[in-house]
Design a protein around this ligand. Structure first.
Ligand code: SF4
Length: 394
């Protein structure tokens, strides 16, 4: 079975105010034990029968925060996996403030062929609002390192909807990002996640959020500008030059199997989903004792699996491919979601034809609310898997 491999490095130099990913400032001496644990879990995970790694994504956190010697240890093993299975895509997330020429060389040597840089904004004030560590000038400097090291592909992450952001400042960030020549851009709308310092500041009236209309205008501005530059939208938040779409993330949106390694990492194999403990010290201790770091296991029913597959595939601009969906889940999506589809087609939020069901551009502006309706937990209208379709191969 082909899988995507995800490795989570939970360390960051500081914690950005809006971030709700599992990441934290490392305790002194935490790097070596974490890499020991990651390597142990990686070897155990890949020892499963018949897995072939198609893509590797090392994220976090900030993987490039690992000291050189630990980075070398982790990536020499991942490089062997990449060499054995020849993944077509091997991505590492990096932050403009943490990438050095030495670290870039270690990654390149291991076979990494794609870097994803968290640029977020080219405006000092906006970066300060986000509590990012880097300055705008660090972004082109990191891109220069990426180019010098010889990575074939790189992505820049940007954020819109930052308090104080204007159409002019967003336009400048988009322009400066494109001028650096990435073949992939991700544009995320800022969200005020519970239990984050930014949300606290919002609740205390210390920041003024952008209104919905302005935020929608910024999103549409990104779609129009990037398309005019030949960087096409292929997912709600993701844009690429033709052929440079993230294979790893597309696998995720197609609901294909993946193996996650590291604290808080999730896995999805054979219709079963599980999650590791989101606590680095516990994760390391459990791996050291030879115990499982898994804290949650969920077995999906065929209907839940169909609902989740629809929800994920609708994020793609190409939407749900009806024949592929039937083959993967056993259900005809047009039949299973007939009511939801009819309602949203009527409002011009979805288009549905013989082959595809997809969000319209207007639908992409309110994607979360439309998609949520596809996540059916209960049987809809007595729907049953299509009898003539074989069960999913995973
Ligand atoms: S660098 Fe990324 S993972 Fe780390 S705190 Fe900031 S947003 Fe979160």
């Amino acid at each position: 079975m082909d899988i995507g491999l995800y490795v989570h490095v939970p360390f960051c130099a500081t914690k950005c105010g809006y971030c709700d990913f599992y990441s934290h400032v490392p305790a002194p001496g935490a790097f070596g034990p974490l890499v020991d644990a990651l390597l142990a879990e990686l070897d155990a995970g890949l020892a499963r029968e018949g897995l072939r790694v198609e893509t590797i994504f090392v994220g976090g956190g900030t993987p490039t925060l690992l000291p050189l010697v630990e980075l070398e240890r982790l990536f020499s093993r991942l490089g062997q996996v990449a060499q054995r299975d020849r993944p077509v895509e091997f991505t590492v997330e990096a932050n403009p403030a943490s990438l050095t020429a030495e670290k870039a060389a270690v990654l390149r040597q291991a076979g990494v062929n794609r870097i994803s840089l968290g640029a977020q904004s080219f405006h000092p004030e906006e970066l300060r609002t986000l509590e990012r560590l880097h300055r705008p000038a660090d972004i082109p400097a990191s891109v220069a390192l990426v180019r010098q090291a010889g990575f074939e592909h790189f992505n820049l992450d940007l954020i819109f909807g930052i308090p104080g952001q204007t159409q002019a400042s967003w336009s400048e960030s988009l322009r400066r990002a494109v001028d650096l020549g990435p073949d992939h851009l991700a544009c995320y709308g800022l969200t005020y996640e519970p239990d984050t310092p930014l949300r606290e500041r919002l609740d205390q009236g210390m920041v003024e959020p952008l209104d919905e209309t302005t935020e929608a205008a910024l999103y549409e501005q990104a779609i129009d500008f990037l398309e005019s530059q030949g960087v096409r939208q292929y997912e709600i938040s993701n844009f690429a030059r033709p052929g440079a779409e993230s294979r790893h993330n597309v696998r995720y949106w197609l609901n294909l199997p993946y193996l996650g390694v590291g604290p808080s990492a999730a896995s999805y194999l054979h219709g079963r989903r599980w999650k590791n403990v989101p606590d680095t010290a516990r994760y390391v201790a459990q791996m050291h004792l030879g115990q499982s770091p898994i804290i949650e296991v969920e077995e999906l029913s065929p209907l839940e699996r169909a609902g989740e597959t629809a929800m994920l595939q609708l994020r793609l601009v190409s939407g749900i491919h009806r024949t592929d969906f039937r083959q993967a889940t056993g259900f005809d999506p047009a039949e299973l979601f007939a009511g939801v589809i009819a309602r949203h087609v009527e409002r011009n939020l979805l288009i549905a034809d013989e082959e595809h069901i997809a969000l319209t551009r207007a639908g992409r502006l309110v994607a979360d609310s439309v998609i949520a309706e596809f996540l059916a937990r209960e049987p809809l209208g007595g729907a049953r898997p299509v009898a003539s379709v074989p069960p999913p191969s995973t």
